[in-house]
Design a binder for this molecule. Structure first.
Ligand code: SF4
Length: 337
């Protein structure tokens, strides 16, 4: 795996070729639920704006959310900010150098901690993100149900057993990167490119002719649906909209959003009587979250600023929107204007 990574792995991603834990941590958190191609631009904007952990800790949560806007899974951004503050306050701005301590920081799970510790410090610890889980279960023919904690633990043990044992300082970063690269570029979920795989001769799943049967996981996500009416209140001059911060916990917690209602009647109640006839329903659309489909119904109204002042929220001028943490569909609605 080490030799293969050197020859065939990825070497040009903006968070590679460094042992700076700040950059590795940032990229790992961004990559948790997001594709590499999307992360690249966000990563570059983040490190330009916040070149180190102290700069990130000094910033406001609003700045971080604004820059994160559109990347989704916003709890990652909140934890990122909390973690930066903790590293500065309790670790004097230096990330701890071992996986166990790293995993005690906000938003850093076992696999992310192992990625940082192995890539930056050469620690002999295994990562087990979705890509690596797929590679390992296929190579080992590991058919236990990963919905069970005991099976996950067995896979962690097997992953640890396979790690390099010598010259860890050089071998561990290369091995960890190689496993990630193999999962991302060769051992693909649907059509693995087994002919290009360096471990083909040892791979049980390939021998069985059924790579797609792995990994085994019985529990399926329970999806739900929610209908939401969004009040798109615009000032008569059309240069400002009324936004409220979403409560935490909940969907889009901490982000700025158009006022959100469970029914159109509830939305109407919020609008002054004189302007209810001016409400205009916009085309509804569905926004897909991990566990939920949101059916969004924007309803637009134009009214003078002084006529509208619900308890929560503020008018925000158009030039402030780019810096605000806004859910992607809300940003899309505003940009239609
Ligand atoms: Fe994946 Fe195929 Fe390689 Fe096995 S041989 S690890 S299934 S790419």
């Amino acid at each position: 795996m080490v030799a293969w990574q050197l020859l065939h792995g990825r070497h040009d991603l903006p968070w590679q070729n460094t042992r700076d834990p700040y950059r590795v941590w940032l990229s790992e958190v961004m990559l948790q639920q997001t594709q590499v191609s999307t992360v690249i631009g966000y990563f570059q904007r983040f490190v330009t704006r916040f070149p180190d952990v102290r700069a990130l800790a000094r910033s406001s949560l609003d700045d971080v959310m604004g820059l994160w806007s559109g990347l989704g899974y916003y709890s990652r951004a909140r934890n990122l900010h909390r973690c930066a503050i903790e590293v500065v306050q309790h670790w004097d701005g230096v990330f701890p150098g071992d996986a166990r301590t790293l995993a005690s920081l906000p938003g850093i799970g076992r696999s992310t901690a192992a990625a940082i510790a192995s890539l930056c410090f050469g620690e002999r610890v295994a990562i087990l993100d979705a890509n690596v889980r797929r590679v390992l279960t296929r190579v080992l023919g590991f058919d236990a149900d990963l919905a069970l904690h005991s099976s996950q633990q067995r896979l962690w043990d097997a992953a640890t057993d396979l790690l390099p044992r010598r010259t860890l300082e050089q071998a561990m970063p290369r091995y960890t990167q190689g496993m990630m690269d193999l999962g991302a570029t060769v051992c693909l979920p649907r059509r693995p490119l087994c002919d290009r795989c360096p471990v083909q001769s040892q791979c049980m799943a390939h021998g069985q002719g059924r790579p797609q049967a792995y990994p085994v996981r019985t529990r399926t996500l329970k999806r739900s649906a929610l209908s939401v009416w969004l009040l798109w209140a615009r000032s008569t001059s059309r240069d400002a909209v009324w936004l409220q911060r979403r409560p935490s916990p909940g969907v889009w917690a901490g982000l700025h959003c158009l006022p959100w209602f469970d029914s159109r009647a509830a939305l109407e109640d919020q609008v002054p009587l004189d302007y209810r006839a001016a409400l205009r329903d916009q085309p509804a659309f569905t926004h897909v979250l991990t566990h939920k489909d949101l059916h969004l119904h924007p309803v637009q109204v134009e009214l003078p600023k002084k006529a509208f002042a619900p308890q929560a929220g503020n008018w925000f001028e158009a030039d402030a929107w780019p810096q605000l943490g806004l859910p992607a569909p809300v940003r899309r609605i505003l940009l239609q204007a």
